[in-house]
Design a protein. Structure first.
Ligand SMILES: [Zn+2]
Length: 412
């Protein structure tokens, strides 16, 4: 099956040779081709170029993209879309003045989601989660990382990871799984934190590794959650079981989690709303991708990741949604890109690089996703007619997507 898209007003994120990530000043450069064609063959990007160089091709299907933009699908490297129920009541509690920490202390927050998850059957969790996955696919996400972390028991965590595995085998988009048993301490371990860490290391990790249920290991390294020392212990155990670390750090406090992540070669350090100069310095010349989650800052009214300072310092940035029931009940990467421009003062070029190429890096899929490169997956967004790609962040809240391609097929 071949599909040829012709007369593309502008084809974005064109990389002749595969680039794994862009950093610092490179982030401002978004390579494009105006008046372009793109050929899809066997689910992959087979060829592209200027219309004037279009070779004679007999394609099974031809799509005229006059006035429209084509770009690689979003790569959302940080989500928690497998969960049960929702936390609307806490949303209203926060409007009425309670803080995220106060809600957590009242049995809300992550523990509330964990209670719901453990009370819900695996099939029901799958049914609820697939609705969210289908929604983000329609919003242009072509690769997504999904975390566990609402089980907080051996059975609950395995149940979540099995649901992620089932989504990955039933849906054509690229899915990576992360084990986040260290998301919070369950209430029955409140007075015995080492007991829970032991359970993670001696019971959960071996079972997960044996059944190949996760690619990454994650920890919520934060005051009141997991200390730097505990985070290091869990990352180390994860590595011993073949999992690469990706960690939650610097959301509310800078406690040395970034440095710990770098020490254990974390693929990404995520959140980063609170960044000291030492944190920025530590990330320079490392292979660890800083990931910003602007929808979370928006929803919780907390600071945004200081993207400008970080880019000026030469760092890369990836953008992700953090889709989860408590702090970001939205998986809309279009909103993330717009918010990065509006609130973090990233340029459209920087934000699109951060949400495609660098997002792919942050979830370990840059060989197959994140750019228009021959041989990569034909996971693409075709916009409605727009005046330029600046419309994507500018017209925030509008759905500018006409169709989404997943492995070369238009999503119906
Ligand atoms: Zn998260």
């Amino acid at each position: 099956m071949t599909t040829l898209i012709i007369n593309i007003q502008e084809l974005l994120q064109v990389r002749e040779t595969s680039v794994s990530k862009v950093s610092g000043a490179e982030m401002a450069i978004l390579p494009t081709i105006k008046n372009a064609f793109l050929l899809i063959k066997d689910n992959l990007i087979a060829d592209f170029g200027e219309m004037k160089n279009l070779p004679e091709i007999k394609a099974d299907k031809v799509i005229d993209a006059t006035g429209k933009v084509v770009l690689p699908s979003w790569c959302d490297s940080h989500t928690h879309i497998v969960y049960a129920g929702n936390r609307e009541q806490e949303f209203v509690d926060r409007i009425n003045g309670l803080s995220y920490e106060e809600i957590a202390n009242r049995g809300g927050g992550i523990l509330n989601s964990a209670k719901k998850l453990n009370e819900t059957s695996e099939d029901e969790i799958y049914e609820q989660s697939k609705v969210r996955l289908e929604e983000v696919m329609r919003l242009g996400t072509g690769a997504v990382e999904i975390k566990s972390g609402y089980g907080l028991t051996v059975e609950g965590e395995l149940k979540m990871l099995r649901v992620i595995q089932k989504l990955a085998s039933n849906y054509p988009i690229t899915i990576k799984a992360t084990f986040l048993g260290a998301h919070a301490f369950p209430s029955h371990y409140k007075e015995n934190k080492n007991g829970y860490i032991d359970e993670i290391i001696t019971k959960m990790l071996p079972e997960i590794a044996q059944n190949k249920l996760a690619d990454y290991v994650d920890v919520f390294c934060e005051t009141g959650y997991f200390s730097v020392e505990e985070t290091e212990k869990i990352m180390q155990a994860g590595i011993q079981h073949g999992l690469v670390p990706k960690i939650h750090v610097n959301q509310f406090n800078s406690i040395g989690g970034i440095q710990a992540g770098i020490k254990f070669k974390a693929l990404s350090v995520d959140h980063l709303e609170v960044m000291n100069p030492e944190d920025i310095e530590a990330l320079k010349n490392t292979e660890t991708m800083p990931v910003a989650l602007p929808s979370c800052s928006y929803f919780l009214s907390i600071p945004y990741t200081p993207a400008r300072e970080m880019i000026t310092a030469g760092l890369p940035i990836a953008l992700a949604t953090d889709f989860n029931p408590g702090s970001t009940p939205s998986g809309n990467m279009n909103f993330v890109v717009a918010t990065a421009c509006i609130k973090m003062k990233m340029t459209p070029e920087e934000a699109i690089n951060a949400a495609t190429l660098n997002g792919a890096y942050a979830m370990g899929v840059s060989a197959t996703n994140g750019s228009i490169t021959k041989g990569k997956k034909a996971n693409l967004i075709l916009t409605k007619p727009i005046s330029s790609y600046y419309q994507i962040p500018y017209a925030f809240g509008s759905n500018l997507i006409e169709s989404v391609f997943v492995e070369g097929e238009i999503l119906e």
